[in-house]
Design a protein around this ligand. Structure first.
Ligand code: GLU
Length: 382
């Protein structure tokens, strides 16, 4: 038996909720799930990352997209989620399959144990032939601990399940080299490096290029994990198959030819920065040679409050991000080590340690193909 392909589909709120009435758009759901049924019958697993809970819940709590504040949106998500899932369930039954709700938070991706636990649950659902519908648990997440956009959430899910494809269904037909409303804007049908387009979409009004930045970030994460990303308009018959068979316009973002291993991809693909380190140029060069840990004496400065097992972003002293790696120390321990370079680590910490901050096999060098994060404001505070 050949292995089933896992296809992750991200669906934006505007496709799911009627803009004026803020009610479910059953016509769209029917077209979507009819096509999901076709893909499933061809032996694929489909996993949805669905937005729409906030939009569908607003009316119930007497708010509008314009009037709602953060706590209104949290309450709206609680009201909208059952409505959204009920709509999926009804339509799913029409096409003969069951659906399940998987509500996640940032920690379910950033903490490796929780990441694996979530993965097991999703695999169990797929094994039972049930289609998982993933969304962020907006009701309980606050600004600091949320993913925020379902584009990157979907990319993390694609990485989690080892997807072949990530299809992002949206209101535009794909990526343009500039705001599509500008004269002369060129459609981009295939992308290998998303970086040049990040510049073109960054800092523009969200109108026209709406949300393209997070879509490209998502695509970059997917590339690293060996997943092909498609950005396509959702408003059509057979919205998924026509993308996969190339019969309609979509932007295809190619997977990297040498994708990272599951472990390295988990380390490299971050949603939030727990902390960061700065190392000197000579250390940066030595790390690039490979198979070398980051040692206590390599650290010029550090930033953030992190715990053992958190992923740190590693910068050179010019502020360019060069690597990401798992910390073997808490930020508190690391500050004690860094501030007392002449005292043995064992004496400072009270336990036996080699003083390797990031072990070589927990360190991923970011070559030019990966989108780099800006260093925190004050490049390290020692
Ligand atoms: N989780 C949000 C919702 O269900 C949507 C976030 C997004 O669309 O990126 O409404």
């Amino acid at each position: 038996m050949t292995k089933k392909r896992n296809i992750v589909v991200k669906i934006g709120s505007a496709l799911l909720a009627n803009q004026e009435l803020l009610t479910p758009r059953y016509g769209f759901l029917q077209r979507l799930l009819e096509d999901v049924a076709v893909l499933r019958s061809q032996g694929n697993n489909v996993i949805l990352c669905s937005s729409g809970s906030v939009a569908l819940g607003l009316r119930i709590i007497g708010e509008t997209p314009e009037s709602a504040g953060i706590s209104d949106k949290q309450a709206a998500a609680a009201c909208g989620m059952p409505l959204l899932l009920n709509a999926y369930k009804q339509v799913g039954h029409e096409f003969g399959f069951e659906i399940a709700q998987v509500l996640l938070t940032l920690g379910d991706f950033e903490d490796h144990r929780r990441f694996l636990n979530t993965r097991n649950t999703v695999h169990r659902l797929l094994q039972a032939g049930v289609m998982p519908i993933v969304n962020e648990n907006d009701t309980i997440t606050t600004e600091e601990i949320r993913v925020g956009d379902n584009d990157r959430l979907a990319a993390k899910v694609a990485q989690m399940v080892g997807a072949s494809d990530l299809i992002i269904l949206t209101g535009v037909d794909g990526l343009y080299d500039r705001n599509p409303d500008e004269p002369g804007a060129q459609f981009i049908s295939e992308v290998t490096d998303v970086a040049p387009y990040m510049e073109a979409t960054r800092g523009k009004s969200t109108l026209g290029t709406g949300g393209m930045e997070t879509k490209l970030q998502a695509a970059n994460m997917a590339q690293e994990a060996g997943v092909t990303t498609w950005i396509a308009q959702g408003e059509t018959d057979r919205p998924l198959s026509t993308v996969l068979d190339g019969s309609r316009r979509a932007t295809k973002i190619l997977p990297h030819p040498n994708p990272l291993s599951g472990w390295d991809s988990w380390i490299a693909n971050r949603l939030q920065m727990a902390g960061s380190l700065v190392v000197g140029e000579d250390v940066a060069d030595a790390l690039a040679e490979g198979d070398r840990p980051i040692r206590r004496e390599d650290i010029l400065s550090l930033d953030g409050d992190f715990t053992r097992g958190d992923v740190l972003h590693v910068y050179d002293n010019k502020g360019t991000e060069i690597a990401r790696g798992l910390s073997d120390f808490t930020s508190e321990e690391l500050r004690v080590l860094a501030n007392n370079p002449d005292t043995a680590a064992e004496q400072l910490l009270g336990y036996k340690t080699r003083g390797n901050v990031v072990r070589a096999n927990n360190l991923v060098m970011l070559d030019t193909r990966h989108l780099l994060w800006d260093a925190p404001e004050a490049l390290g505070d020692g």
